[in-house]
Design a protein around this ligand. Sequence first.
Ligand code: DGY
Length: 323
Amino acid sequence: MTPRVAVSRRDLPGPGPRLLADRFDLEVWQDDAPPTAGQLADLVSDCDAALVLGTDKVDTALLDAGSRLRVVALASMGYDAVDVPAATGRGVLVTHTPDVLAETTADLALALILMARRRLGAAVDTLRGGGWSTFRMNGFLGLDVHGATLGLVGYGQIGQALGRRAAGLGMRVQHYTRTPRDGHGGSRAVEFDELLRTSDVISLHVPLTPQTRGLIGPAELALMKPTATLVNTSRGGVVDEAALLAALRTGALHSAGLDVMVDEPRADPADPLFHEPHLVVLPHVGSATEATRAAMVDLAARNILAVLDGRDALTPLPGTPAR
Ligand code: DGY
């Protein structure tokens, strides 16, 4: 019997969907709106594999509904929506998409650093609102990026890729990891508190786990320089948003750039996060280039092909088996 593969979105870019369609019977979710948990459970119920996004919850309810599942392939690097022990306990392989999005996400982190520190969001808003009436020597003043010290919290693929870019801009680079690791390209390993105290730009590159939830809260923000910029392209839950807003409003922190928020998506135009002058917020677009999103879907599809063909998964979740 031809294996069946559930695909949780119909508009996936790149050659991945075709790779799967050539070999398997596909059950593709057909609505524009993403499937609810119940709808996704129905979709996977008679399938041997599923290709899902990082925002689709892979929990016990889904795994129980998909009792035939052999592999769940995420088109995402982050896997905080996956109950990993539950999947492993049921013998379901889960794969993700490291490598292919690191450079693109580092580009976006750099863009956020420049936007927040040079106050570019506020400058564009002023222009759009017809508020640019004269050139002022003290208008739109931000802080320099070149020559500043970048502190990377987490030093995996994305953190290292950002470090390389920052070195090219003449920034000094330092990093903190739980398991101290020497820096490539001149980055210095430092303790967490030292990094918070001495960095001009702090960029977060850690997965969301019980240990990293709320990693940056009032105490950590208080350690940062009042001239510092905080950038988060990892997961919203790593930062205490209320504490961040308070720090920006009191001037305890110069600026921040967020690509991720605690609750996503967020569509209330009155959301306080969207109206803070020293805060730039983007709608989770870190990996959003045509080539990278296509590569993510392609890698997810190739993981499914590998597992259903009896080969090792290409990129299983860290610490989980490849077959
Ligand atoms: C990832 O890959 O984790 C990005 O956040 C997109 O989901």
